[in-house]
Design a protein around this ligand. Structure first.
Ligand code: BEZ
Length: 253
């Protein structure tokens, strides 16, 4: 697993090809159940679409993300957004809740991130999140393994992603002092209206990074050709094999 992702985050590209990410975030905001007057940290806020929804419920939200371009997009929405990788949280006992959607799987090591979340929360505070879970994008990862193996590269050694099972992540939360109230793996086939090519551009830079620039387009096409019979339906729509891990964990009061 790559410790520091080589992914290049562009807020403009994200809004064009990955707007489904916050659009699918409603159930995790519902599980968060933000209340007026609460102070909430949005960890891995992206361009702030869900941060704004949480703030609209009357909470005061601080949003952090490692990607400066995404933070600038969140700030442009009038949000208190700051550049900060999830491994470097320096907050102490100041939040009623920490929220995260579709971001924790980019942050390594998970124990460091969870410890920072626990420190950031007040006693009795809650950590409510959704991330990629075990088997997330399995077909896509196998396609990378096949295509990069032809070039002598083990793709999983390049992966920036961490997709844990409920048992594995629940154990890490408990080791950090949380009580896990709710944790579940939820398969969520995800339509990619912009297609697989755009998805690979938006999210998979780490796998292409070791290839010669002149070989990248060919490798990408091989991946698309492998995936097409599996992930593209008969209407031509790409549907990615997303699996979510959603949880609510609480610190002792
Ligand atoms: C996800 O949200 O599950 C995800 C997004 C991009 C790459 C890999 C996984």
């Amino acid at each position: 697993m790559a410790e520091l992702s080589k992914q290049h985050w562009s807020a403009q590209r994200y809004a064009a090809t990955a707007h489904f990410v916050p659009a699918f975030g409603a159930p995790v905001v519902e599980l968060l159940d933000p209340k007026p007057g609460e102070r909430i940290l949005d960890l891995g806020c992206g361009d702030g679409v869900l941060t704004a929804k949480i703030a609209a419920a009357g909470a005061t939200v601080v949003a952090v993300d490692a990607a400066p371009d995404m933070v600038a997009a969140a700030q442009a929405k009038g949000l208190d957004a700051r550049v900060c990788p999830g491994q470097n949280l320096a907050f102490e006992r100041e939040f009623d809740a920490v929220f995260s959607n579709a971001a924790l799987h980019w942050m390594h090591p998970p124990e460091t991130v969870i410890a920072g979340v626990a420190r950031a929360l007040k006693p009795g505070g809650r950590f409510v999140a959704e991330m990629g879970g075990h088997n997330n994008t399995a077909a896509i990862q196998v396609a990378f393994r096949a295509v990069l193996a032809r070039r002598g590269i083990e793709a999983l050694s390049l992966s920036p992603w961490y997709f844990p099972s409920a048992a594995a992540y629940g154990a890490k939360l408990e080791a950090a002092g949380f009580s896990v109230e709710d944790i579940a793996i939820i398969p969520r086939p995800t339509p990619l209206e912009a297609g697989m090519d755009a998805w690979l551009d938006a999210f998979a830079d780490d796998f292409f990074a070791p290839l010669a620039p002149a070989d990248r387009a060919a490798a990408k096409q091989e991946i698309i050709d492998l995936l097409q019979p599996i992930l593209r339906d008969e209407t031509g729509l790409w549907i990615a094999d997303y699996v979510r891990l959603r949880f609510k964990a609480v610190l002792p009061g």
